[in-house]
Design a protein around this ligand. Sequence first.
Ligand code: CA2
Length: 146
Amino acid sequence: MTKLVYLINGPNLNLLGTRQPELYGSATLADIEAGCAKLADELGLGLSCFQSNSEGRIVDWIQEARGDADAIILNSGAYSHTSIAVLDALIAFDGPVIEVHMSNIHAREPFRRHSYVSLRADAVIAGCGADGYEFGLRRVARLLGR
Ligand code: CA2
């Protein structure tokens, strides 16, 4: 049976491609999701994409993944640095979790260096721009035995 991956993006990532290209590149979120959907297909994986600016909706999708998805790729944006609620939801999920940041959070302001999500993530990808999502997908495929 086809394994399903949830790709979840958090606050302000809907603005990708409109501002700050020096930090986040010029691809839009729709471009990134389309590239990941194509790669998922090549890897024999299913992909469902989500984006919200709301912490609660992100928690809801992570909970929904418990009964529906085999892995999660997550860029929870600024909530990565603040949200114990997102961490707790991830802890309740059994499959692989890959944390993605487009920028190198370790080369920025000190408050971005800590991520609650990293406490649960099986891998963390930072500083690879939009490619980081595809690297995450390849890692998920490997972890799911694809
Ligand atoms: O590097 C990343 O992917 C981040 O998760 C992006 C978050 C930031 O709060 C994290 O520290 C690192 C911010 C995303 C904001 O994206 C924008 C894109 C275009 C225009 C404005 C914001």
